[in-house]
Design a protein around this ligand. Structure first.
Ligand SMILES: Nc1ncnc2c1ncn2[C@@H]1O[C@H](COP(=O)(O)OP(=O)(O)OP(=O)(O)O)[C@@H](O)[C@H]1O
Ligand SMILES: [Mg+2]
Length: 310
């Protein structure tokens, strides 16, 4: 699957997967490296797409629930029992339709399936369900459960953005199986890159298991996104050159630059789209915004191309 050629060109290829709802794009933002910018990317992409007029559903797949917080839902305060994605993918009789746990955000056109610690249950109950044969209860085997939950609301959305947790567990695996495309966030430092290749190897192995069990996957596109990039930092520039050399056009042309505008906004659980130029110097804000628009615009183009093909 991965790294089939030395240059990594056809790096990722999977068995064709037929979805019930061809129009729905499901984008997973992933990498098991913590702090690689998954949540920041997911939140800004989801809001950007909503601003462009798409009907967007953001899904928080991380028990830490930073995406929920960034989109205005505090996991400890605002999310009660059985109100996360787990409600829609659990194996027992408490399962609820996904529509029941979707919330509006204060962004027009952007809804959210929030997360909280309860999502961890999926990691615990899946091995049990596999052992006692109930892993398909409610219709879908564990790796197809998120896709199957999304099918219920597919008519209401154009795009789903899934923010993955920084581990490759059952949740992530089920998220990747639901995805029609994948953005792998990479902070271009040597250590991050080595853990990324570990991620890819583990993903390959695990998805192989899924495939052996009859799961089918095909991504419209898989792209690496450089995050928190400092173009003036020589070692980072070298890593970026190496990545581009290895993965070629599988690396998005536009990197997300490191910016105090993003980290400052994050401190108050806000995105750049919400915070506005405010206290920042205009040039800091504009530079971050420019980088953000370029990245999100490039991803949007890939999605439009995928729609064009289907
Ligand atoms: N472009 C950027 N410029 C400056 N800071 C950034 C940028 N992108 C992300 N950050 C900061 O880096 C930190 C980690 O980002 P983020 O939470 O998005 O990573 P993550 O991959 O989701 O982490 P985790 O693996 O814990 O889920 C946050 O404090 C965030 O504000
Ligand atoms: Mg995160």
């Amino acid at each position: 699957m991965f790294a089939r050629s030395a240059r990594g060109r056809e790096a990722i290829e999977f068995v064709p997967h037929r979805r019930e709802n061809e129009h729905l794009q499901v984008l997973a933002v992933t990498n098991f490296k913590g702090g690689s910018g998954k949540t920041t990317t997911s939140a800004h992409l989801a809001q950007y797409l909503a601003l462009q007029g798409y009907r967007v559903l953001a899904v928080d797949l991380d028990p830490q629930a930073s995406l929920s917080a960034l989109l205005g839902v505090l996991p400890e305060l605002n999310v009660g029992h059985n109100e996360t994605l787990y409600a829609a993918i659990r194996y027992d009789e408490d399962r609820r339709p996904l529509g029941d746990v979707i919330r509006n955000t204060y962004f027009d056109g952007l809804d959210l399936v929030p997360g909280n610690l309860e999502l961890m249950e999926f990691e615990h109950t899946t091995p049990k369900a596999l052992a006692d044969g109930s892993a398909s209860d409610g219709g879908a085997i564990f790796f197809a459960r998120i896709a199957s939950a999304l099918d219920d609301v597919a008519e209401d959305y154009d795009v789903v953005v899934i923010d993955c947790p920084p581990q490759l567990g059952f949740l992530t695996l089920s998220g990747l199986c639901a995805a029609t495309s994948m953005i792998v966030t990479v902070h271009p430092q040597m250590l991050d890159v080595s853990s990324m290749s570990q991620f890819l190897l583990m993903t390959r192995d695990l998805l192989g298991v899924v495939r052996d069990a009859g799961g089918q996957l095909k991504f419209d596109f898989v792209r690496y996104l450089l995050t928190r990039y400092e173009p003036q930092d020589a070692p980072q520039t070298k890593v970026v050159a190496l990545l581009r050399n290895l993965f070629d056009d599988h690396v998005l042309t536009n990197p997300m630059v490191k910016s105090a505008a993003i980290s400052d906004a994050g401190l108050t659980k806000q995105t750049l789209y919400e915070i506005g130029p405010g206290n920042l110097t205009r040039s800091t804000y504009d530079r971050a915004m420019e980088s953000l628009s370029a990245v999100n615009g490039e991803i949007e183009e890939l999605m439009r191309a995928a729609w064009g093909r289907s």
